[in-house]
Design a binder for this molecule. Structure first.
Ligand code: TXA
Ligand code: MG
Length: 310
């Protein structure tokens, strides 16, 4: 089933494939012309580096110049899985991947199809498979929405987590999370017994260490807003995403997650895309409590929703 996609990758073409987080837009990590196509197809600025996806810890040695004890512990604890690690790069890693930085981001995704694809085609760079400015795709349909019906996508239905991986810089201490995901600072700290800090959400300046964080992120045409105070009166042209408080009304535009934050993460980008299809004016989201924000997936939700609010 994967043969045609493996052949496309080997011949320098770009293929979308599922991971446990979101769909990725893959290209051979050793082929600069193929990687150039990824930037063109997405409309991605060339100063935003890509994650290299591997399918074996051994492959880290092809890209990272140094594998510290902490790196080894983190790979052992969280790979395959939704943690991207930033290493010092080997000189031969292509500049187009790293946007000229002296570091490279590596991740071993968990989805069996991504593992088979990479095992047979070799390491691939893979940003999320959306046009720049759109939410990351969590279904093959989202990829086709952005890149056309004929675009090659390994279709495996909905991705499990629904939000992108945690990005952790381990090239200097204190280790820094540039993008929160399903693996949290506490999860990481508990493995290496070191403090891990979270880069603030508001790093929009040119000096942002993770270039991706400085770009304005997707926000739907609809205005995304936190529900403030007691105000949850029902507005017709809005989508409501609730998790704890009672619903103002039973209605297909009121989605209640009943504390199931994994489900909320799983669906968030699809809900955003859907709100735009329906030309809604607002997406109102119930804010998270401090206690809820202890959960890694809620921190990741908070981060992506705050970016959508702008
Ligand atoms: O879950 C994911 O990580 C998905 C799936 C497909 O694996 N991929 C993904 O890739 O979200 P992308 O390109 O949309 O986001 C990668 C983020 C960007 O914010 C980028 O700036 C950052 O990782 N990044 C990549 N290489 C970096 C580096 N060397 N130093 C700092 N940040 C880096
Ligand atoms: Mg992305």
């Amino acid at each position: 089933m994967l043969d045609q996609y493996i052949n496309l990758l080997k011949s320098g073409e770009v293929v979308a494939f599922p991971t446990e987080t979101v769909y990725g837009l893959g290209a051979d990590a050793k082929n600069p012309d193929a990687i150039k196509k990824v930037f063109e197809i997405k409309g991605r600025p060339s100063d935003n580096p890509l994650i290299v996806h591997i399918a074996d810890k051994k492959q880290v040695e092809d890209f990272a110049s140094e594998i510290t004890d902490d790196a080894q512990k983190l790979m052992d604890a969280f790979w395959p899985g939704p943690l991207t690690l930033i290493f010092k790069k080997k000189p031969e890693v292509l500049d187009i991947i790293t946007a000229g930085l002296d570091t490279v981001a590596l991740r071993w995704p968990k989805h069996p199809l991504s593992q088979q694809l990479i095992a047979l085609a070799g390491p691939v760079v893979a940003p999320s498979a959306n046009s720049s400015g759109k939410p990351s795709p969590t279904k093959a349909e989202h990829v086709k929405e952005d890149f056309g019906d004929d675009f090659p996508v390994v279709d495996a239905g909905e991705t499990e987590i629904g939000l992108e991986s945690t990005v952790l810089d381990i090239t200097s201490e204190p280790y820094t999370i540039y993008r929160p995901g399903a693996v949290s600072a506490d999860d990481i700290s508990s493995i290496i017994d070191k403090e891990v800090i979270q880069e603030s959400n508001s790093s929009t300046d040119e000096t942002a260490k993770s270039p991706g964080t400085k770009y304005s992120h997707y926000s739907p045409e609809a205005k995304v807003q936190w529900i403030s105070g007691g105000d949850a009166t029902f507005v017709e042209e809005a989508l409501y995403l609730l998790h704890s408080r009672p619903a103002p009304r039973k209605n297909s535009r009121v989605i209640h997650y009943d504390g199931n934050f994994n489900k909320m993460a799983h669906e968030l980008y699809d809900r955003f895309r859907h709100a735009d299809h329906q030309h809604l004016e607002y997406v109102f989201i119930e804010p998270f409590s401090d206690e809820q924000l202890q959960k890694p997936i809620v921190q990741a939700l908070q981060n992506r929703i705050s970016k959508a609010i702008g």
